[in-house]
Design a protein around this ligand. Structure first.
Ligand SMILES: Nc1ncnc2c1ncn2[C@@H]1O[C@H](COP(=O)(O)OP(=O)(O)OP(=O)(O)O)[C@@H](O)[C@H]1O
Ligand SMILES: [Mg+2]
Length: 460
């Protein structure tokens, strides 16, 4: 038998329990060393992490320092029963699913286990696949709960906001991409600033996709869209979610995003008391859900975005200064569309293709006249406005008169001609300012350096 054949049975066996098993972190609590060894031996090769505790005190200590998805708990232990400990833990803050194992199963124990919030119950003696099944079921439920919760956020978000590739051949976007490439592998928080519609969300998603967390959740939270009374609860969770049922806990977005990236959009809208909590969370990388005595260690990367002027918000007392300094470690400023008109051609062509496909209508021709008209416009709503214009034109079957073209087929030189448009535009403004580059830069909303660079390029 060759090596591959030897490995096949184990893999086939594992897949029977689902892929979730490999992601699970498990704590085994049992006073009998034989039982602990048995459980560790069957779980460790199949799960992400397995630790063991011989009694309740050890288990509590491990829970203080780590997050576990599942706790496998023996009910009969000297000192304190597993169920009593579980009940006690619920009030301290217990953020795992508990599977109870016991040799003495009566209806009363089963009911008590349910009340204490155990998710499953396995009778001793058991075979290895019985416990593996129970763990796999519990992990599947956990993932479903997580997906469900996160999907709610995805669905409530604006469907047109930042998805897809960060397009644009301009130097400005190249600069943004370069910063992102540097930041992507680091755990450092990133703050995206820039006007509305400049692509802060699409950049945040791209940063996540470039990082080693790409296969973990990206959780976007729009701080302006959640009511101030609810946002702390949604972010940090609650151990007393449903008063009538103390076993129910409500995990917050931070815990659900664990391992991945949390994108806090419109960060300036966060209420001041929540800003204080968030600051502590970022500094200590631990959260304490409401009503919990225990803190949970977090593994999370934070990305923030705002179109507000944060220093002004700090001056006005709407944003905590200490939080501002904490999140402003790496600031990536998204350029406005007016600052990078050479990107308009690619962006317009991409939106035309994508939206015409979505709407099931033929694309409109982006001839040179249209591109010229697009390039001369001011774009206060930035890329989002461009996207909306193209969608509206596709629905109406034509561009609005101020953007309409001649109807000629698009030439391969169209994009090159955009660079010409840009040149002409800048030269016209320069002319109007009598060659004063600083003034032209101000009017164009670009930096003086940009003008110098372009002029040098054209001269050369
Ligand atoms: N460089 C880009 N490449 C491709 N699409 C882009 C780019 N920039 C922006 N977009 C698109 O423009 C729209 C607006 O982008 P996004 O939602 O990321 O903006 P934003 O900066 O978060 O805006 P707001 O501040 O209003 O929330 C989205 O449809 C996004 O896909
Ligand atoms: Mg946004």
């Amino acid at each position: 038998m060759n090596k591959a054949e030897l490995q096949t049975p184990l893999r086939a066996k594992d897949s029977e329990f689902g892929a979730g098993l490999g992601l699970a972190s498990i704590l085994v609590v049992d006073d009998e060393p034989g039982m602990r060894n048995f459980l560790v031996k069957i779980l460790r090769p199949r799960c992400k992490r397995v630790e063991q505790a011989a009694n309740c005190e050890e288990a509590s200590k491990l829970l203080d320092a780590n997050h576990f998805d599942i706790v496998i708990l023996d009910n009969v232990m000297p000192g304190k029963s597993g169920l009593d400990w579980l009940r006690e833990q619920r009030s301290v803050g217990f953020f795992a699913d508990a599977i109870l194992i016991t040799a003495f199963a009566d209806l009363e124990t089963a009911i008590q286990a349910l009340r204490a919030g155990a998710v499953d119950f396995v009778l001793k003696p058991f075979r290895s696949n019985q416990i593996l099944n129970a763990v796999a079921r519990s992990i599947d439920r956990l993932h479903l709960r997580r997906e469900n919760f996160l999907l709610k956020y995805e669905l409530s978000a604006d469907a047109t906001s930042g998805r897809g590739r960060l397009l644009g051949p301009s130097q400005e976007i190249a600069g943004v991409r370069e910063m992102m490439e540097r930041a992507a592998p680091l755990p450092t928080a990133v703050l995206f600033t820039g006007d509305s519609g400049t692509g802060k969300e699409i950049a945040a998603r791209a940063l996540h996709a470039m990082s080693d967390r790409a296969d973990k959740p990206f959780v976007p939270v729009n701080c302006a869209a959640i009511s101030p009374e609810l946002i702390a609860n949604e972010l940090f969770g609650n151990v007393k979610g449903v008063a009538a049922d103390p076993s129910v806990r409500q995990d917050g977005l931070l815990l659900y995003a664990s391992g991945g990236t949390l994108f806090l959009d419109e960060i300036v809208e966060l209420p001041l008391p929540v800003q204080a909590t968030l600051l502590r969370v970022i500094e200590e990388m631990r959260i304490r859900p409401f009503g919990s005595e225990r803190e949970i260690p977090l593994n999370l990367r934070f990305i923030f975005a705002t179109n507000a002027d944060l220093p002004v918000a700090v001056q006005e007392g709407r944003f905590r200064e200490d939080l501002y300094h904490r999140i402003n470690v790496l600031n990536i400023q998204m350029p406005s569309l007016r600052q990078r008109i050479s990107d308009i051609g690619d962006l317009a062509a991409m939106f035309m293709l994508k939206i015409s496909h979505e709407l099931g209508v033929p694309p409109l021709v982006l001839d040179e006249q249209v591109l010229l008209n697009l390039a001369c416009y001011d774009w206060p709503g930035n890329v989002r406005e461009l996207r909306n214009l193209i969608e509206r034109s596709l629905i109406l079957g034509e561009f609005p008169p101020e953007f309409a073209g001649t109807g000629d087929e698009i030439s391969p030189e169209a994009v090159d001609s955009l660079q010409l448009v840009e040149k002409r535009h800048i030269l016209t403004v320069l002319d109007a300012c009598d060659g004063n580059r600083a003034e032209a830069a101000r009017r164009l909303g670009v930096s003086r350096k940009t003008i110098d660079r372009k002029c040098a390029m054209w001269d050369g």
